[in-house]
Design a protein around this ligand. Structure first.
Ligand SMILES: Nc1ncnc2c1ncn2[C@@H]1O[C@H](COP(=O)(O)OP(=O)(O)OP(=O)(O)O)[C@@H](O)[C@H]1O
Ligand SMILES: [Mg+2]
Length: 491
């Protein structure tokens, strides 16, 4: 059995014909039949003992056999994209909680990889080149210039009142202010009826785009990748681990020495969240570092108004996406972002390069400005002037959306208890985009969004847990919707 190892070292990978930045993936299939899948800096070992022969090397060894190879490929967990060899052939396998993908190809004598058949992403119109390590192109790429770790906790009013800035928004704070908030959190947790702390602080990979991409990958089986920068500190490692576990392709996420940003997400008893992020000294992606490669092969890109904090970043990303034929979706992020960057945002909308826009009521009202309290329809009319698809999200009231001449209003899912609304809009976008990718009607795109948005508010943080995904599946059934398998197994 020959085993292909691809390097995490870009120069080594380049010598194998794998273009950076698509070089940070490798799988070890040692002769004892165990499989170690390496994705970016992560390493997941499946059975047997791990082979640590060093990334970049190529080895051959005996043992295994077809059945074992395919079994090993199938055993690569939800969270991984992996490669298992079979003589001169290889199997690429990856997936998510609800779907997997696989393709088969040949390894050439130089260690290059040529896809032969079966990658669902390619069948669906992806444009991966034959030597592209990921063979399976992401359908959706998210751009989050700054990797972020969220510290989420349900806290009492007194803490929220002492935190500067408007309730419900997202105001940037200094490191000292963030440290102070996080220290205070410990003595302000919400208590259950019998006087016990309900839940402590939950720390997880955060950021609006990361939330959307993670939801698409983990719960909906969509092939996704994240573009951005993370630090090589513990928070950066944690960010990458969390996203890789969800099945997100991290080969376009740069890891650079430095700090990863963090954010305090304070949730009140009604589930409303107030965010206080700190980006000072955190590593970030500069606009000039973006290239067409970052978006290549994708059908959609997920952008967020927070990107306006990086000069020219969103404008450049949109232009690159247009050159690559990638459709652009953008969430307006927060009313503060709209307030701070209104002229830039309007310029971008007026360019008509944003194909799909998501706004909540506060953001849309801030954008319109003209009227005191415009109704959601007025907000939608405004956004629809610039974007082919526009959605105004209305929290527990659902959403209103327009595509061309069609307008729909879809209620939220009532059968959910909002523990924490962090990420509601982000996960709504996951579901809505899933519908768009699968040519659902506008109403069903909204239904999908309401199911995924409803799922995330059931737990703490912008990540849907296993219970949440099961709940979502039930809600889809009630609405006569189901997930389309994105994947074709080759076995
Ligand atoms: N309390 C709730 N009950 C049921 N569904 C909800 C609730 N809150 C939000 N949702 C769902 O999530 C969607 C998006 O919510 P919302 O309008 O609060 O977005 P948002 O303000 O952008 O959220 P965030 O910025 O925190 O991610 C809603 O359209 C709805 O379908
Ligand atoms: Mg939002």
């Amino acid at each position: 059995m020959g085993t292909i190892l691809l390097s995490e070292d870009p120069s080594e990978a380049a010598s194998q014909g794998v273009p950076a930045p698509h070089s940070a993936s490798a799988v070890v299939a040692p002769s004892d039949g165990s499989t170690t899948s390496r994705f970016g800096p992560e390493s997941v070992k499946i059975g047997g003992s791990s082979s640590a022969n060093g990334a970049g090397a190529r080895e051959s060894g005996g043992g295994g056999g077809d059945a074992l190879d395919y079994a090993a490929a199938a055993a690569i967990p939800h969270s991984c994209i992996g490669v298992v060899s079979r003589d001169s052939e290889f199997v690429v396998q990856g997936g998510s909680a609800l779907g997997n993908f696989a393709c088969v190809g040949e390894a050439d004598s130089n260690g290059g990889m040529h896809e032969n058949r079966g990658a669902s992403g390619l069948e669906n119109g992806g444009e991966c080149g034959p030597r592209d390590i990921h063979l399976v192109c992401p359908d959706v790429v998210g751009l989050q210039p700054v990797a972020l770790v969220d510290h989420v906790a349900r806290v009492d009013w007194s803490l929220l009142e002492s935190v500067p800035g408007e309730r419900g928004g997202s105001m940037r704070v200094t490191e000292e202010e963030l440290d102070h908030i996080l220290r205070e959190v410990n003595s302000h947790f919400l208590m259950s009826a019998n006087g016990v702390v309900e839940q402590g602080v939950k720390t997880l990979a955060g950021g609006s785009v990361a939330n959307t991409i993670r939801g698409l990958a983990h719960g909906l089986g969509v092939k996704t990748a994240l573009v951005g920068v993370r630090g090589t500190d513990d928070r950066g490692e944690m960010f990458a681990e969390n996203m890789a576990h969800a099945g997100v392709d991290l080969s376009r996420l740069r890891a650079v020495p430095g700090l990863t940003a963090q954010c305090a997400c304070l949730v009140d008893a009604e589930g409303n969240r107030t965010m206080r992020p700190c980006f000072l000294n955190a590593v970030r992606l500069q606009s000039e570092e973006l290239t067409g490669e970052d978006f290549k092969g994708a059908k959609w890109v997920v952008l967020n108004g927070y990107g306006f904090y990086g000069e020219d970043l969103l404008e450049r990303a949109v232009d690159l996406c247009k050159e690559e034929g990638v459709k652009v979706s953008m969430d307006l992020a927060s009313f503060e972002v709209v307030r701070n960057f209104r002229p830039t945002l309007m310029r971008l909308l007026e360019s008509r390069k944003v194909d799909l826009v998501f706004a909540n009521e506060d953001e849309a009202r801030e954008l319109i400005k003209a009227e005191q309290n415009p109704c959601p329809e007025t907000c939608l009319n405004f956004l629809s002037k610039y974007c082919e698809r526009a959605v105004v999200m209305l929290g527990s009231k659902g959403c209103i959306a327009r595509h061309g001449n069609e307008t729909v209003r879809v209620p939220a899912i009532k059968e959910t208890i909002a523990v924490d609304t962090t990420g509601a809009g982000d996960l709504f976008a996951s579901g809505f985009l899933y519908g768009v990718l699968n040519n659902f009607s506008l109403e069903d795109c909204c239904n999908m969004g309401c199911c995924t948005g409803g799922a995330v508010v059931r737990g703490l943080g912008g990540e849907v847990g296993e219970e949440g995904w099961e709940w979502m599946q039930q809600q889809l059934k009630f609405r006569k919707l189901s997930l389309i398998q994105h994947t074709t197994r080759t076995t």
